[in-house]
Write a protein that binds this ligand. Sequence first.
Ligand SMILES: Cc1cc2nc3c(=O)[nH]c(=O)nc-3n(C[C@H](O)[C@H](O)[C@H](O)COP(=O)(O)OP(=O)(O)OC[C@H]3O[C@@H](n4cnc5c(N)ncnc54)[C@H](O)[C@@H]3O)c2cc1C
Length: 315
Amino acid sequence: MLILGSGPAGLSAAIYGARAGMQPIVVQGIQPGGQLTTTTDVENYPGFREVIQGPWLMQEMQAQAEHVGARMMWDTIVEVDLSQRPFRLIGDGGDVYEGEVLVIATGAQAKWLGLDSEQALKGKGVSACATCDGFFYRGKKVAVIGGGNTAVEEALYLTNHSPDVTLIHRRDSLRAERILQERLHAHPNITVLWNKEVAEFVDGGGNAGLCAVELTDTVTGERSRLDVEGGFVAIGHHPATELFRGHLKLDEDHYIWVEPGTAKTSVPGVFACGDVTDKVYRQAITAAGTGCMAALDAERFLQAAEFAELAEAAE
Ligand SMILES: Cc1cc2nc3c(=O)[nH]c(=O)nc-3n(C[C@H](O)[C@H](O)[C@H](O)COP(=O)(O)OP(=O)(O)OC[C@H]3O[C@@H](n4cnc5c(N)ncnc54)[C@H](O)[C@@H]3O)c2cc1C
C-alpha cells in the first residue's frame, strides 16, 4: 500500500492499512504532517479535553502510524503512472515507489492574498478557516475577505461567535449563490463593504496580534481602516491534484472525484481521501475519517483481486 501525503487523511489510512497487514509506505511530501503543522491551537479534534497544538497532534499521529508498522519516506512525488498495477510514483530525486494499491491524500491549500502582513499575522488574528478558528473570536469584531460561496458561508458561520462581522469584497456584487446572499443580507450582525481591498493587516503590537485592516477603495483609491481582531481570508482553496491531471477523473474545481460514499477514484485500486476530495468540510476529523475509509476500501480491493487471481489459477 502506497500513501501519498502525511496529513490526518494519509496518516489515518496508514494506521488502518498497517493494522490490516498492507505494509503501507507513506510518502510525506514537503509538508510532513500536513496543514495542521502550520497552526497552533486545535480545540475541535475529539479526544482531548484541553486545547492541543496542531504540530503535536500530527507528531502523535505519525508516531502511532509508525508504531503499528507504517514506513515514512521523506520525498515529494513529481510523476505518477497509474496505467497498470503495481502503480508507480516517482520522487523528485528519481526514486521509484510501487504499490498494489494507492491512497492519495495530498490535501488542498487555502489561497492567500499574498501580503507580508498577512504572513506575519497568520495564527495571530489572520486565518483561512472560520470553522477552525472562529470560536477563538467569541464576542470580538471580525472581518471576512472574499465574495464567493466560501466567504459568505464563513461570514454566516462567524455570526455564531461574533456580534459584528464585516464582509470585505473588492467588487460591487458577490459571486456566491443567491440563497446564501439572501441569508447574508438578512443577517443583522453582518455588514458588507463593497469595492474594498485589504492593503494591510495591522499588528496591534506586543501580544495583541491583529487589531485592524487597512483598506483601499478599488474605485476611488481612497484609504480607510476597519478595527477588527480577526481577519478570515476566504478566497478559495487549491487542491494538490496537478500530478493527477489526465490520470484520474477530477471534478470541475480540480478536486479528485470519488464515488459518493466511498474513497474509490476513477481508477480501480486508487483511492483518495481528505481535503483533496473535499471542498465542503475541510477538517482534520473529516480527513481522518475518509483516510480510514480509503484504507478499508483498499483492503477490500486487494482481497477481491487476490481472490480473482486464485480463482483464475485454479481454472
Ligand atoms: C492554519 C490552519 C488551521 C487549521 N485548524 C484546524 C482546526 O483547528 N481543526 C481542524 O479540524 N482542521 C483545521 N484545519 C484544517 C485541517 O488542517 C485540514 O482539513 C487537514 O489537514 C486536511 O488533511 P489532509 O490529510 O487531507 O491534507 P493536508 O493536511 O493538507 O496534508 C497534505 C499532505 O500531502 C502531502 N503532499 C502534497 N503533495 C505531495 C506530493 N506531490 N508528494 C508527496 N506528498 C505530497 C503534503 O506534504 C502533506 O503531508 C486547519 C488548517 C489550516 C491551514
